[in-house]
Design a protein around this ligand. Sequence first.
Ligand code: ATP
Length: 341
Amino acid sequence: MISIKGLSKVFRTKHQEVRAVDDLSLQIKKGEIYGVIGYSGAGKSTFIRLLNRLEDPTDGKVTIDDQELTSLNKGKLREARQEIGMIFQHFNLLWSRTVHDNIAFPLEIAGVPKSERTKRVNELIDLVGLSGRGNSYPSQLSGGQKQRVGIARALANKPKVLLCDEATSALDPETTDSILDLLVDINEKLGLTIVLITHEMHVIRKICHQVAVMEQGKIVEQGDVLDVFLYPKEKVTKKFVDQVMGDPEREHSLQLIKDTYKTGEILRLHFVGENTNQALISEVSRKFVLDVNILHGKITQTQKGAYGTMFVQFLGEKEEITRAIEYIQSTSVEVEVSPDD
Ligand SMILES: Nc1ncnc2c1ncn2[C@@H]1O[C@H](COP(=O)(O)OP(=O)(O)OP(=O)(O)O)[C@@H](O)[C@H]1O
């Protein structure tokens, strides 16, 4: 759906040249939530602004649904932009207009008649959970509510793509989660493709299907969110994964745990995808004559299922422990047995 090829943006100032986006290529599928993560200065904002040509590229192409955005003249670009909604970190609302009139604004520009506008705005107000607040002004709303107005306004012209520029960075964690839930809801209900940029791995973990990691204008790693969490390759990606998971290798190596718990069999279980920890653990203690102690673990939920690591201690007859391990090995949970001394 979105094809990005060899995209570059060079900013030239008097004294220097900055390659904010450097020969970047990506494919984003229809209906996907695609996250781009990077530290400050990586080039994320410039990248997302190139997707609707708020910034003109120095080089490269952006194609959305077979339409090459980068070759359009001003008139055609204005039409094409109606299919691309955008939300911002600081909401960018019109302070002198009510919630209703903020959402109606893009419809006015598109020349939608008043009666139709009112109907559409009311639908959008309900969709984003702001029923009853249509006559409020932005200054009377909380941050989360302001972003809901931003989302409703961005959806007014029924876009195919929603661009989110650090949309939750100004919000507290709880409000962030409620806005992320709303984005997932919209993605599922409307089949909308969402491209977001963020510096928070929590955002990627919670709602994205695919992730690209950006550093110095380039994509250094990309893939399925679960894969990137499980097998981060680049140093910068590992740092982002640690933001959410801590570093189990460093903090709790199997050997370290074994040195602490000297009896029974110590196992490390890797959960990937659908499995949830509780179901397997309770199944094992039901099926086998064993005492199972959960020692340490961190399982987290992504859009592609649960994943994480858990250390457990099995206490019981050796044969029974072996049978239990074989049973776990027959599921999709990976088992690592503590090395023999
Ligand atoms: N208009 C501009 N003129 C000159 N340099 C710019 C301009 N916009 C961005 N840059 C430079 O391009 C690089 C990438 O900036 P960009 O804002 O895209 O990064 P970012 O990852 O979004 O970071 P942040 O989250 O801090 O905004 C930076 O070195 C920045 O200084």
